[in-house]
Design a protein around this ligand. Structure first.
Ligand SMILES: Nc1ncnc2c1ncn2[C@@H]1O[C@H](COP(=O)(O)OP(=O)(O)OP(=O)(O)O)[C@@H](O)[C@H]1O
Ligand SMILES: [Mg+2]
Length: 473
């Protein structure tokens, strides 16, 4: 069932056409005057417009021109009386989808209407696909058979059967998005799009327009009407990342879509219906945000109908080994590189490490291994160097001093690469693309500075402790 707008100044034509279309199960609204229809069509209330060409006030061509100039791309079929084919051609040039000569048979118009509607549907499907295209880049498999992971798989299967909102919590990099995708894939909505939006990445107004869309001129820079995620994901799933970062006024609007299934585009008073399943993620304790009045309690309860908590990687025991094997194999295959062998010691180090960045950090390490290890074996020496520099860069935040920012950045980079190369200066200089003598001079200068500084303060420069590497040597 589609929503069709009929515009014709002749009452007889309006009525008979409306009746034909209603018989085909469409919702029809007829206008005598194109000017009265403009606002409603621009708001996106119709899937198709059937307009007469010759009308006393605003004719079909100016109607179409107005629609297009206001960024509205609803398909239009022009109806022309015999003899005005030249104008019909002009209308086609302006972007009419089709035209039909009057008088016409009911069957003929039915066919053309179906074609235009089909075209419109394909177009919006295409927009949704484009919006989710980046996700197709590399297929992701969920790996792990530890107890927590088995529990997560069971929860995914249960939740997928329902339509309720899901809240996925867990530290950064624990696989929240992957779980959301699995839920969508196992749900009834799998044939429809799944779209994502990170609530932390956009400020209030922009976020609202990304969610709900906007009308042309709704704010500075809104030079086109745009659909939001709730329209683009119609029939599908919407993943709202870092939901805790959403501003309070917008939380109220989100609550309304979740409760009533209703929303408005920014700058429009037309209420639209949403058919979207929402999955939200958070790496903060939302309950605490509620206590601190940063997050609406009612929204929290609404989101938390089906909670899934993802434990950090360090609590998943033997999954670490499984994940290492999986990533090394997968990445090597994609990069066309040889398979890497991992020594027993290296495995142990990896299992003892705390993985503050969780699975993403582990995946990055595997990526680095595939690229940088050339002799076919990932040893504990190499792994230790990497993990130490990772722990150090987490524990000593980069300090950029005014007037010496570039130098501070350079120093951090050099120290990191040096750690990756286990202190080997020749290799470090080569990787960095600098002379080994220059490198030596810089290191000497920084060492002397550090010594002078610690002498002044009467203390040693803090050294990064390595709790996760205890016993690693
Ligand atoms: N169980 C798993 N098996 C295989 N790969 C996984 C698993 N869990 C996560 N990953 C991979 O780890 C990376 C991080 O996962 P994801 O993006 O889902 O985490 P996240 O919790 O959404 O992170 P953030 O909080 O930073 O958004 C992704 O590349 C994902 O494919
Ligand atoms: Mg994520």
């Amino acid at each position: 069932m589609s929503r069709i707008c009929v515009v014709d100044d002749q009452p007889l034509m309006r009525d008979s056409l409306s009746e034909t279309l209603r018989r085909d199960d469409h919702t029809v609204e007829a206008f005598e005057n194109a000017a009265d229809a403009v606002e409603r069509v621009v708001c996106g209330e119709f899937d198709l417009v059937l307009s007469d060409l010759k009308m006393p006030k605003m004719d079909g061509v100016s109607f179409l021109r107005t629609l297009r100039s206001r960024g509205c791309d609803t398909p239009v079929i022009m109806m022309t009386a015999f003899g005005s084919v030249a104008t019909a051609v002009e209308a086609m040039k302006l972007g009419a989808f089709d035209y039909i000569g009057k008088p016409f048979e009911a069957d003929a118009i039915t066919v053309q209407v179906e074609r235009a509607l089909q075209h419109g549907r394909l177009k919006s499907e295409n927009e949704a696909l484009k919006a989710s295209l980046h996700d197709l880049a590399r297929p992701r498999t969920m790996v792990g058979d530890s107890q927590p992971m088995l529990q997560i798989r069971r929860q995914i299967a249960q939740v997928a059967r329902s339509e309720a909102t899901v809240l996925i919590s867990g530290e950064s990099g624990t696989g929240k998005e992957l779980v959301a995708r699995a839920i969508h894939a196992q749900s009834r909505r799998t044939d429809r799009p799944m779209l994502c939006l990170n609530c932390a990445a956009l400020s209030g107004n922009l976020l609202e327009s990304e969610l709900f869309g906007h009308e042309r001129g709704a704010f500075t820079g809104a030079d086109r009407q745009r659909k939001g995620r709730f329209e683009l994901a119609d029939g599908g799933t919407l993943l709202l990342d870092e939901i805790s970062e959403m501003a309070l006024p917008l939380q109220a609007k989100l609550l309304r879509v979740l409760q009533e299934g209703e929303f408005e585009r920014v700058g429009s008073s037309t209420t639209r219906r949403a058919n979207v399943r929402v999955i939200a993620t958070t790496n903060r304790d939302l309950e605490q945000s509620v206590t601190k009045k940063r997050f609406r309690g009612d929204l929290y309860y609404r989101l938390n109908v089906l909670p899934i908590h993802l434990p950090p990687l360090r609590r998943r025991g033997r999954d670490i080994r499984t994940l290492v094997d999986h990533f090394l194999k997968d990445i090597a295959a994609h990069a066309g590189r040889r398979h890497l062998n991992v020594t027993g010691d290296a495995y142990r180090l990896l299992e003892e490490y705390a993985w503050p960045g969780n699975i993403r950090e582990l995946e990055n390490l595997c990526q680095r291994a595939v690229v940088m290890v050339n002799d076919g074996s990932l040893t504990s020496e190499v792994v230790r160097g990497w993990l130490q520099s990772a722990a150090a860069s987490l524990l000593t935040p980069l300090q950029l001093r005014p007037g010496r920012m570039l130098e501070d950045m350079e120093r951090r980079l050099i120290e990191d690469v040096l750690a990756q190369n286990n202190g080997h200066r020749q290799r470090t200089a080569k990787t960095l693309g600098m002379g080994v003598r220059t490198l030596g001079m810089k290191l000497k200068k920084w060492r002397e500075e550090a010594e002078a500084e610690s002498g002044r303060a009467g203390v040693m420069r803090p050294h990064a402790p390595e709790p996760a590497l205890a016993g690693a040597g």
